[in-house]
Design a protein around this ligand. Structure first.
Ligand code: EPU
Length: 308
């Protein structure tokens, strides 16, 4: 049965026809017909079990930093995690356990860790997004991924039940996790394990991470790397060698700094970005015979996202 309206008890944290573009780093996307921003795990569980009973799928929206949202109206309900952003710190025999709500901005965690000289996440410094999004896509750099610092995760399952995961039981992959973005289960919070260190050392490692990312565009509207690196090569190199740098479809432009970053240089629509993604994917395929896979997540397109 299609969801026509939301029960009254969800009114406090829901809105209809919410513009989504401002919630993404690309600044692209239409409006959400059913937009819900639960403030805690009880509200989240209530929404998810209702949607499950009605046979409805839903999207989960975190920091919108790795996401292409389609233009027009997104009819599938969108669950925004931004308000579930509490951080709770427990110090246990020299270990620092940081319990963070799914909607916690990574920036907040990096700031706290730097202020307190807690070590473990420095190599990720500067990566945008929220805890939920970062875990879902197992965000990382060549020095490792966020999964390495996680000791526990709590999710809401499709039937609304809470499930606690031991990090050892979670199957992480290259930019993959058992937490899908089209629900399914939803991350409620995660616990990171950090170590007490010296402020200068943490700062040094943070600076190194930021310096390494100097080859990436900054201060422009991007969504991080668009394609995953194929086995044994990098998407950036292949895109560059096949002449993609500077290619554009109206406001959507391939960065001249790093070919795996696409910019919204002004007024780009989802269609423009899709056309650019396809154009570049085809160039790489024609030149190298490599079929690049999307790293960014998508919302409001047919699944799987048609790359050709
Ligand atoms: N390269 C080019 N031209 C370009 C871009 C890159 O020739 O336009 C070459 C570089 O010279 C280098 C190689 O490609 O030899 C790899 O480039 P880089 O060091 O920039 O790393 P990457 O593989 O493109 C990965 C992650 C990034 C992460 C960096 C730094 C993926 C898809 N990307 O990029 O993560 O920040 O390493 O650790 O895994 C993201 O996930 O969104 C992301 C940006």
């Amino acid at each position: 049965m299609p969801l026509r309206s939301l029960p009254e008890r969800f009114f406090d944290f829901s809105v209809s026809n919410r513009p989504l573009a401002p919630l993404t780093t690309w600044g692209i996307g239409g409006v959400s017909r059913f937009f819900l921003a639960p403030r805690n795990e009880e509200e989240l569980a209530a929404v998810i079990s209702l949607l499950d009973r009605e046979g409805e799928r839903f999207h989960v929206l975190g920091g919108g930093s790795n996401l292409l949202i389609n233009d027009g109206t997104i009819e599938t309900p969108v669950l925004h995690t931004a308000l579930m952003n509490a951080i709770n710190v427990v110090v246990e025999s020299g270990k620092i356990l940081l319990e963070c709500g799914a909607g916690t901005n990574l920036k907040q965690i990096f700031r706290l860790a730097l202020d307190e000289a807690w070590s473990g996440l420095e190599f990720l410094a500067g990566i945008p997004g929220t805890v939920g999004g970062a875990l879902m896509g197992n965000a990382g750099t060549k020095h490792g991924t966020i999964a390495e610092s996680v000791v526990a995760v709590r999710t809401v399952e499709a039937n609304g039940a809470l499930l606690d995961w031991d990090a050892n039981d979670i199957e992480w992959g290259y930019r993959t996790s058992p937490f899908p973005n089209l629900g399914g289960r939803v991350i409620v919070k995660a616990v990171f394990s950090l170590r007490q260190s010296e402020k200068e050392q943490v700062l040094e490692r943070v600076k190194m991470a930021i310096t390494e990312r100097k080859s990436q565009p900054h201060g422009v509207k991007t969504a991080g790397c668009v394609f995953k690196n194929p086995q044994g090569d990098t998407a950036g190199r292949l895109l560059d060698r096949s002449g993609c740098k500077g290619l554009s479809v109206r406001g959507a432009v391939v960065s001249r700094k790093h070919a795996n970053f696409f910019e919204n240089a002004g007024g780009a629509t989802a269609d423009d970005m899709v056309e650019l993604v396809r154009l570049c994917g085809k160039r790489v395929y024609d030149a190298f015979g490599v079929e690049l896979k999307l790293e960014i997540k998508t919302m409001g397109f047919e699944e799987p996202f048609p790359l050709r």
